[in-house]
Design a protein around this ligand. Structure first.
Ligand code: GLP
Length: 241
C-alpha cells in the first residue's frame, strides 16, 4: 500500500518527510538511511530538532543503503563521509551504531552477506529512499532481481552521468561500482519513506506508481510493500494521471 503525499516544492517535501520520520526518533528504533541530494533537507531538520528539542539518537541504530566501491572513507564523496558530514557528526548517534556498507577490502560479497545478516538481526523500522532518474533505489539499477540481497553492482551510465556533478563533472572520476542493499533487503523494512523532487524524476515517479511491477523500474516493487509513504513535489508529479 502506497500513501502518496503531493506537495508544492522541495522545502515542503522535507517538512513532510520530517513529520513522518519524527515518529521513529525514539529509543530502540532502527533507521534505514540514504544519500543523495534529496534527503539533505530532512537531515537538516533532524539536526535542528536534535539541537533545539534535545531529541537523542543515543539509543537509535542506523543502516545506510549503499557505498561506492574503492573510494577511501575520507574521500569527500564517499557515502561514509557524506553521512558523517550531513548527519552523524551533528547528532549524538554512536559511531558503532551507525552502519554504512563498506566498499573497501578483499571480499566485498562476504562483507555484503554479513551486512544483510546484521539487518536481519535488527530489522529496519523506517527505510528512507531517494529515487534515481532511471527508477533505481539505492544502487539497484534496472534489471536487478527483486529478491536480491546486499551485493556489488555496476552503475548504469545514466547514474554515472547524474552523479558526476559531485566529481568535478568528470564521468571518469565517478566509481563504476558500488555495494548496495538489494531490493529484497530494502523490502524487509517495516515502513518505507521515498522522496522524489524535481522534473528529472517525473518519468521514474510515473513508472514507479502507475507502471507495471517490473524489474525495468526497480522502484515499482514498492507497489507490493504493505506500508510505503511517497512524498513528491509538483515537478516530480507532473506526468501522473
Ligand atoms: C544515488 C543514490 C541513491 C539516490 C539517487 C538519487 O545514485 N545511490 O540512493 O536516491 O542516486 O540521488 P539524488 O537524491 O541526488 O537525486
Amino acid at each position: 500500500m502506497i500513501n502518496i503525499i503531493r506537495v508544492k516544492d522541495y522545502e515542503e517535501a522535507s517538512d513532510k518527510a520530517f513529520e513522518v520520520m519524527k515518529q521513529f526518533l525514539v529509543p530502540g528504533k532502527v533507521l534505514g538511511l540514504a544519500t543523495g541530494s534529496t534527503p539533505l533537507g530532512l537531515y537538516a531538520r533532524m539536526v535542528k530538532d536534535h539541537e533545539e528539542n534535545g531529541t537523542s539518537y543515543a539509543d537509535i541504530h542506523s543502516y545506510n543503503l549503499d557505498e561506492y566501491v574503492g573510494l577511501p572513507l575520507e574521500h569527500p564523496e564517499s557515502y561514509y563521509s557524506f553521512m558523517h558530514r550531513n548527519l552523524f557528526n551533528k547528532i549524538d548517534i554512536r559511531e558503532e551504531n551507525a552502519h554504512v556498507p563498506s566498499g573497501l577490502g578483499e571480499d566485498l560479497e562476504e562483507q555484503a552477506r554479513k551486512y544483510d545478516e546484521m539487518i536481519d538481526n535488527e530489522p529496519v523500522d523506517i527505510q528512507l529512499l531517494g529515487l534515481g532518474s532511471d527508477g533505481h533505489i539505492a544502487f539497484n539499477e534496472p534489471g536487478t532481481p527483486f529478491d536480491s540481497g546486499t551485493h556489488v553492482c555496476d552503475l548504469a551510465e545514466s547514474t554515472i552521468r547524474d552523479n558526476c556533478r559531485f566529481f568535478d563533472n568528470d564521468m571518469s572520476k565517478v566509481p563504476t561500482q558500488a555495494v548496495t542493499q538489494g531490493i529484497g533487503t530494502i523490502m524487509k523494512a517495516k515502513h518505507i519513506l521515498l522522496l522524489a523532487c524535481g522534473a528529472n524524476k517525473a518519468q521514474a515517479v510515473k513508472d514507479m506508481l502507475e507502471g507495471p511491477v517490473d524489474e525495468s523500474c526497480p522502484a515499482s516493487i514498492l507497489q507490493n510493500h504493505p506500508d510505503v509513504t511517497v512524498i513528491i513535489d509538483e515537478p516530480a508529479a507532473a506526468l501522473l494521471k
